[in-house]
Design a binder for this molecule. Structure first.
Ligand code: DQQ
Length: 535
């Protein structure tokens, strides 16, 4: 049955039971990483929302603490919704979050909280000053679509933070400014807006124009670009643009004039309400995101849990300046067991082979492919230029192609009646340029009923003229989190096999294209289970 305990993830973040959604207020404080998250203490469906709290030394092993922020003042009594942390110049962390202050409608205000004891590195207790709420919607604003404050940044004597909103059908990143972090005034113009519907959980941060380091949110200057991310309530995906920010005019301008509608995504799968933070210990920016279940609500109730977080990802600007790159934080590699390697192995058209010698239900797989020739690449229909997902829905993993589909079958049963395909397929456009599609096809992932099994896909902006492309997949019982071309395109997918669970899960490399491919090298590791909140 789908409620098999073997489908519970082993090394992806989750509490021992119940519902979780957005990551909130991530920060590094006195040697500890703090992660708060939207949590229902009473069940496996959304509701009764508090900020649950976990701490970690490495973002992989987690210790659960008491919930940090619960409804207990008038301005948050009906819910403590998403928000962010800012470390003030004297080292004090401040949390700003959305409170629901009335029962009948989701009227949204913003509240602040501080640690009771700053000398406690675990920041176990939080206090809410009596001057809450600090921000309320103004007359004429959409009071039920006004939430999710960002980490604040400082320049020219002022703090600024963003609050997500909706004006008619326009998604808004409202700017609020303050000198003292207590009195906040809205700037006349939003930082940015677009005709996309509500912007949930905005995120705004600087990235260096070159290199992989991260920057504190208040860094500024010539060597820096900016990233603005919003979580679109309408599509339930996280989109970002890269651009410039002027702190005099308080405006952000995406480099790509159509960027707001071009839809660059952190992840082309199940990944929402994400948030980054600057990790001063490793001078990197880390991205955290929520992956919802794709089974049914009755199944969630039967399991007693719903929702996980993705493996934290380091993010930085691609040398092209046109997109971000993402890679699982290096700390996850401590979970790797004995490596299993395959090298220099040709996979002919229509063939596949199994990778054995590990429990691949909980594994990390890195593979480098080399295509024998690109001559057979199928013509690319420009009608799909903006719709990778649709293209992959038509040309799934079992649909024979010229160059590809080739890739991995993960969480596969011995007879292949269950398998989740993660693969590439190469096309050639009218100008002779190759177009690379990356796809996760879960349509055969399970024989169980009542599952949501969408095909997820994104294009990979990589030069494949050498024939080479890499893939990494983090497999964890009911999640497959994949990184194409060293983090250019990422796809997280939730799947619920009925046979391919535990030791009955197999791993294969397949090639359903006409052109032979070669696995130059593949390494797979079974992954150990970290400390996971006591579960
Ligand atoms: N989840 C929170 C909201 C946010 C939404 C409520 C995004 O603050 O807009 O649980 O998933």
């Amino acid at each position: 049955s789908i409620v098999s305990p073997l489908l519970r993830t082993g090394y992806h973040f989750q509490p021992p039971m119940n519902w979780i959604n957005d990551p909130n207020g991530p920060m590094y404080y006195k040697g500890w990483y703090h992660l708060f998250y939207q949590y229902n203490p009473k069940g496996a469906v959304w509701g009764n929302i508090v900020w649950a709290h976990s701490v970690s030394r490495d973002l992989i092993n987690w210790i659960a603490l008491e919930a940090a922020i619960k409804p207990d003042i008038p301005s948050d009594q009906y819910g403590c919704w998403s928000g962010s942390a800012t470390i003030l110049p004297d080292g004090t962390p401040a949390i700003v979050y959305t409170g629901i202050d009335r029962p009948d409608i989701n009227y949204q205000v913003q509240n602040i909280a501080f640690p009771k004891d700053k000398s406690d590195p675990l920041l176990r207790e939080w206090v809410k000053p009596g001057y809450n709420p600090i921000i309320v919607p103004e007359p004429g604003m959409n009071v039920t679509q006004f939430r999710d404050p960002t980490t604040a940044w400082f320049a020219d004597g002022h703090w600024r933070m963003l609050i997500g909103g909706l004006r008619d059908t326009r998604g808004m990143a409202y700017v609020y400014r303050s000198r003292d972090f207590r009195h906040w005034v809205r700037a006349k113009h939003p930082l940015h807006s677009a005709l996309t519907g509500m912007w949930e959980c905005p995120d705004f941060f600087p990235v260096p124009k070159s290199g992989q380091n991260g920057l504190d949110t208040s860094e500024f200057g010539d060597k820096v670009k900016y990233v603005l991310k919003s979580s679109l309530d309408l599509t339930r995906y996280d989109y970002y643009t890269i651009g410039t920010y002027n702190n005099k005019t308080e405006r952000y301008v995406p480099d790509d004039p159509n960027g707001d509608y071009h839809r660059l995504r952190y992840d082309y799968g199940n990944f929402y309400a994400s948030k980054t933070f600057f990790d001063p210990a490793k001078r990197r920016r880390v991205l955290l995101g929520w992956a919802n279940e794709s089974d049914s609500v009755p199944d969630d109730k039967a399991k007693g849990w719903a929702g996980i977080h993705a493996i934290p990802r380091k993010i930085w600007l691609d040398p092209s300046g046109k997109q971000l790159l993402q890679w699982p934080i290096e700390e996850v590699e401590q979970l790797r067991g004995k490596p299993v390697s395959v090298g220099d192995k040709v996979v002919k058209s229509g063939e596949h082979f199994e990778v054995t010698g590990l429990g691949s239900y909980q594994a990390d797989v890195e593979v480098s492919f080399e295509v024998s020739s690109l001559d057979k690449a199928e013509p690319f229909d420009p009608a799909f230029s903006n719709d990778a997902q649709k293209l992959c829905g038509i040309k799934g993993a079992d649909e024979k192609g010229g160059v590809g589909p080739f890739g991995l079958w993960v969480l596969a049963s011995a007879n292949l009646e269950e398998k989740t395909a993660v693969f590439f397929r190469v096309f050639k456009d009218g100008y002779g340029k190759h177009v690379v599609l990356m796809c996760t096809d879960p349509t055969k992932s399970s024989l169980s009923p009542d599952l949501y099994k969408p095909t997820f896909a994104g294009f990979v902006d990589t030069d494949i003229s050498s024939g080479k492309i890499s893939l990494r997949s983090l497999i964890d019982r009911s999640v497959v989190e994949s990184f194409g071309a060293r983090g250019k395109t990422c796809i997280l997918s939730r799947v619920y096999p009925s046979i391919a669970i535990g030791q009955n899960a197999h791993l294969y490399v397949f090639n359903n294209g006409e052109a032979d491919i070669k696995v130059s090298h593949l390494t797979a590791w079974e992954m150990k289970k970290p400390l996971m909140n006591g579960a």
